[in-house]
Design a protein around this ligand. Structure first.
Ligand SMILES: Cc1cc2nc3c(=O)[nH]c(=O)nc-3n(C[C@H](O)[C@H](O)[C@H](O)COP(=O)(O)OP(=O)(O)OC[C@H]3O[C@@H](n4cnc5c(N)ncnc54)[C@H](O)[C@@H]3O)c2cc1C
Length: 766
């Protein structure tokens, strides 16, 4: 064995100094971390310390000849850097010392430098002439356990459902003819209804399972089969059936829900019109009560007032039609009325005209149509009368007197569907991630000249950075949506308005996330990602519209932001600005005190990984945006601007608040969940995923945090390094993490992913 001239105390520091100085990896201020470690290292004597500190002077960096000597020391040792080690550089140093000396303990001070500087193999791997032992997949975590955590109480339902999707009827194929595609999707929906899944969310009184939370799980899993199936299923059982359940009363439930759940009665949810989409209150279709016949007359008054994009419209025999209800000459606002579209022989009813919307960017297995009504009569009882009804005496009656409140109460009850769309978006994102990660675990491109084998895509830092935070977000959003659905279903919380605000914001950020994620996955798979057989292309087309239907994302984010301000709304409209300021002042002053420079430059690992820091950062952004927004609105109103105009002036600010509020909400939901997990390795993993989500999101808004002085430059940089480090740390587990999504092997049909999907440690659902 070659002799080593450095004593072990110095030798252990050589890889660190080599990395630090070769690549200008750290700034002058960060060298303090190194000095601190040296001064605290009890294994060193005074002479060692002096030598090491002499190498720690930014104003007097080591000579090139010394760097070469260090390089030689490292390369001649043949010690391998193991990227998958928890502290790769510290372990490397230890191994280097072990080569020449019997005593070679793990040095905590070196670990301190490594963790506090956030240096990682991505940054310095190229400096070593030794082979870097690429980590393969780790079996430390179990995909089944992760899947179990995500399924929670719904495991039995979800597993049963996944087994059902083994049937040949769900075999994935490329469909380019909309009419054939729609026929297949219709048969699939009927098949699922036969198996009882159509009534999952309906009350037990009508043969349902009263399990809206379980329904949401199924909805997400449906995306693994096909997007069109998911949406057609959602229109039939969720939108059509759900509108009857939520807006109708016992007589409607008893008359229709069983038939809807069994798909005997197919139907639509007809809200949108060509002229009015996001602005539902402005729709023009009328439902005029005719006292003489005791009927409601449904009518499309003008050219652009027809219903448009209505799903299930070619197969449906009935529709929940949203229209302005006119009783005794008075417009009582938007209400929902059941209207028959076709008779028993599937012939259109008199006065109903329907046209196919034609081919779309995606979801071509769903039959979307335009509908016109020409004085179509339906019985008075067809009015879904939970929030407003016409008495036998022909009078309109509602427990909610304020028409605005009535309208929002009605729409608020439909929020479950919005959660489900976010859920479906998440399902699409998970599928795309599973494909992209599995491809990256097999596909090799490029190597350096000394290696025979090319490197795996997944071993490239850029690949890790583009996919790992997306995987972490999928876990965070899964838990968040679960919790949101639980709150929505909790009868002890009758005021659904608060939930509506939250869901509006979450639906927006999650479906935007899903689209970004699917695009990233497409690119991460290169040309293979563009082939239909690999499923991402269809997901792109299908999930795209999730940002628009069930509420356009921008409009929803604005709604969420207005919800945050809603406590103050009455004051904005009056002259009571002092009251607004007072309330805001009390609520916000705590978090908006000037940030201590020691805090804005705190870079130690414990702090950066601490959920308290993450929560504080998210909350600071929401609070600060709320406060400055309120002040701006107040100033405009003070100048005499009408509130509507004032809100327009601050619209972009509102949008930022809506997004910030939703991200805070998602993180908090996840962090609370993790807090309640039992101690153990899975909890540790979830903590890491939460930290990655938080740091990645804070990083994305770093510009704003820097502007506010919340982050100093050093901390901002440290966060970036932490994100990269976490991605590297999770690299050995990335395969298990995507397997933990629980996509059954029989549904993972993408050839670039399916082979590995079946290997032993991955999930094989019965
Ligand atoms: C495939 C598909 C299926 C559908 N299925 C159904 C269905 O079954 N039943 C049904 O009733 N509807 C359905 N819809 C309609 C869908 O709900 C609407 O498309 C959606 O509500 C948006 O309305 P819009 O298309 O008119 O867009 P618009 O409301 O015109 O919005 C267009 C753009 O303007 C922006 N915008 C609008 N208002 C504001 C504002 N105040 N401030 C700032 N920006 C604004 C939006 O952000 C958006 O980007 C479906 C649509 C599609 C494409």
């Amino acid at each position: 064995m070659q002799r080593q001239s450095y004593p072990p105390e110095i030798l252990q520091y050589i890889p660190f100094f080599y990395v630090i100085w070769s690549d200008d990896l750290i700034t002058a201020s960060e060298i303090n971390v190194v000095k601190y470690a040296i001064n605290s290292d009890n294994s060193l004597n005074a002479a060692h310390r002096e030598l090491l500190l002499s190498w720690s002077k930014p104003e007097n960096p080591p000579e090139n000849s010394l760097l070469k000597e260090w390089k030689q020391t490292i390369s001649s040792s043949r010690v391998k850097l193991v990227e998958s080690d928890t502290y790769p550089l510290t372990s490397f140093s230890q191994n280097l010392v072990c080569l020449y000396h019997e005593a070679c303990p793990f040095n905590d001070q070196l670990k301190h430098i490594e963790t506090n500087l956030g240096i990682q193999p991505n940054h310095y791997g190229h400096l070593f002439e030794v082979d870097i032992q690429r980590s393969s997949e780790s079996k430390y975590y179990s995909a089944s356990e992760l899947d179990g955590i995500l399924k929670g109480e719904h495991a039995e339902l979800v597993d049963g459902f996944r087994s059902v999707t083994k049937d040949a009827i769900f075999e994935w194929n490329i469909h380019r003819n909309k009419s054939e595609f729609r026929d297949i999707v219709l048969e699939q929906v009927k098949f699922l209804a036969d198996k009882g899944y159509g009534t999952t969310a309906y009350p037990e009184a009508v043969g349902g399972q009263n399990d809206m939370e379980g329904y949401a799980h199924i909805f997400e899993n449906l995306m693994y089969v096909d997007g069109s199936l998911t949406i057609k299923f959602g229109v039939q059982f969720g939108l059509f059936g759900g509108s009857i359940e939520k807006l109708g009363t016992k007589r409607h439930h008893e008359k229709y829900l069983r038939d809807i759940g069994s798909a005997e009665l197919l139907g639509c949810f007809a809200m949108t019109e060509t002229g009015h989409g996001s602005n539902v209150r402005g729709i023009k279709t009328t439902a005029t009560y005719d006292r003489a016949s005791d009927n409601l007359i449904i009518h499309t008054p003008g050219k652009n007032d027809n219903k448009e994009y209505i799903g299930n419209g070619l197969h449906g025999t009935m529709a929940t039609v949203f229209a302005q209800l006119i009783v005794n000459g008075k417009n009582e606002g938007v209400h929902a009325i059941l209207v028959r579209l076709r008779d028993e022989q599937q012939q259109l009813m008199e006065g109903v005209k329907i046209e196919d919307c034609g081919y779309k960017l995606g979801l071509n297995g769903v039959d979307n149509v335009k509908i016109w009504f020409d004085q179509v009569s339906v019985p008075r009882e067809n009015l879904l009368n939970k929030h407003g009804e016409i008495t036998t005496e022909g009078q309109y009656r509602s427990k909610i007197e304020n028409p605005n409140k009535r309208f929002f109460t009605m729409l608020g009850t439909l929020v479950g569907g919005r959660i489900c769309v976010a859920r479906a978006g998440l399902g699409g994102a998970k599928f795309a991630l599973a494909v992209a990660v599995n491809h990256a675990l097999r596909r090799r491109q490029f190597n350096d000249s000394v290696k025979v084998q090319e490197d795996l895509l997944m071993d490239y830092p850029t690949h890790q950075l583009r996919l790992t935070p997306l995987v972490a977000s999928a876990y965070v959003y899964h838990i968040t949506l679960d919790k949101m659905m639980a709150s929505y279903c909790d009868d002890a919380r009758p005021d659904k308005r608060v939930i509506e605000t939250k869901v509006a914001g979450l639906k927006a950020i999650i479906t935007w996330y899903a689209n970004d994620c699917i695009q990233e996955c497409r690119e991460a798979c290169g040309g293979k990602g563009y082939l239909l057989e690999n499923r991402i292309a269809d997901l792109k087309g299908d999930v795209d519209i999730f940002t628009t239907f069930e509420g356009d994302n921008t409009v929803l984010s604005l709604l969420a932001a207005k919800g945050v301000l809603s406590d103050f709304r009455s004051e904005f409209n009056s002259a009571g600005f002092t009251a607004v300021l007072k309330i805001l002042g009390i609520q916000i002053s705590d978090t908006l005190t000037t940030i201590d420079p020691r805090y804005s430059n705190k870079v130690d690992a414990d702090h950066l990984y601490n959920p308290k820091f993450h929560k504080h950062a998210f909350n600071y952004r929401t609070q600060r945006l709320t406060y400055t927004l309120a002040m701006r609105i107040r100033d405009y109103i003070k100048k005499g601007m009408p509130p509507y105009q004032a809100f327009l002036k601050v619209q972009t600010h509102l949008l930022a608040l809506g997004k910030a509020f939703s991200k805070e909400l998602a993180y908090n939901a996840f962090a609370d969940f993790v807090n309640e997990m039992p101690e153990g390795k899975n909890r540790g993993l979830f903590e890491k995923l939460g930290a990655l989500y938080a740091l990645h999101e804070i990083r994305r808004d770093a510009e704003w945090y820097l502007e506010q002085g919340y982050l100093g430059g050093t901390k901002s940089k440290a966060i970036r390094q932490r994100v990269e480090r976490l991605c590297t740390e999770l690299r050995p587990h990335i395969g298990v993490l995507v397997s933990g999504f629980g996509i059954p092997a029989h549904l993972m049909t993408a050839p670039i992913a399916s082979e590995d999907w079946k290997i032993d440690f991955r999930l094989n659902v019965p």
